[in-house]
Design a protein around this ligand. Structure first.
Ligand code: PGA
Length: 264
């Protein structure tokens, strides 16, 4: 049994990846704040700019008073010290960051982050009191081999190891099939519904039904204005993590509006 998703506030993330400039990032933040309007009262929205633009985007979001959260795409889990090139959670919090990503497929498969590193980052971010969107999902080969549920379960168990239930209020899961990210090919609404149901069952086995019912699970992978509503109205799909379509305020806001729950 799944509690109706209406009991969880939908959450939409705009992952800008390695895109934008100082000027276009602040303009995009302002346009998203203004363009999403009333939908921001019903959907939690966060944007994830590149590191160099965090302060400027944070200022633009504060000026707009829209409630859009400032997010960071990555960080290192150690507190401070000799870690050349890395950025700590404390530094990010200092810049106004409220939410971070872990386990994104580009970090798993392009940057080659290990399960251990993803677990350390997930653990550190929740312990620091930030929200964390933990991304999981199977490759096309794994899907063809019928391993979707097994991969999601393995990635989930590995990333959550050692995290106490008391810290899970900050957790969001993003189910992102790797073959759907940036490809224009999205999971069918049924694929998403089934994967989300399995992920919620695993959460229930690990932490109990109340935690499973309270944890938002986003879908990610080629979400666009034309497919967002059908995906977000599936039971157990609580919004999405958006890449390409988050770089155009008009498209991103249309996706945010598609996540507003029906008022029935
Ligand atoms: P996409 O990216 O929307 O461009 O497919 C999704 C993501 O990487 O989270």
């Amino acid at each position: 049994m799944t509690t109706p998703s209406a009991s969880r506030t939908p959450i939409i993330g705009g992952n800008w990846k390695m895109n934008t400039s100082a000027a276009s990032a602040t303009a995009l933040a302002a346009a998203v704040s203004a363009g999403c309007g009333d939908a921001l009262n019903h959907v939690q929205v966060a944007v994830f700019p590149p590191f160099p633009y965090l302060l400027a985007v944070g200022a633009a979001l504060r000026d707009a008073k829209s409630g859009v959260l400032l997010g960071a795409q990555d960080f290192y889990h150690e507190k401070n010290g000799a870690f050349t090139g890395e950025v700590s959670l404390e530094m990010l919090a200092d810049c106004g960051v409220k939410i971070v990503l872990t386990g994104h497929s580009e970090r798993r498969h392009v940057i080659k982050e290990s399960d251990e590193l993803i677990a350390a980052k997930t653990r550190a971010s929740l312990a620091a009191g930030l929200r964390c969107i933990l991304c999981i999902g199977e490759t096309i080969e794994q899907r063809r081999a019928g391993e979707t549920d097994a991969i999601n379960e393995r990635q989930l168990r590995s990333a959550l190891q050692g995290i106490p239930a008391a810290q899970l209020a900050g957790l969001v899961i993003a189910y992102e099939p790797v073959w759907a990210i940036g490809t224009g090919v999205n999971a069918t609404p049924d694929d998403a519904k089934n994967a989300h149901a399995h992920i919620r069952r695993v959460l229930g086995n690990l932490y109990g039904q109340a935690v499973a019912d309270a944890t938002p699970i986003q879908y990610g992978g080629s979400v666009k204005p034309s497919n967002a509503r059908e995906l977000f109205t599936q039971p157990g799909v609580d919004g999405g993590l958006i890449g390409g379509a988050s770089l155009k305020a008009e498209d991103f806001c249309a996706i945010v509006r598609a996540a507003v729950p029906d008022r029935t």
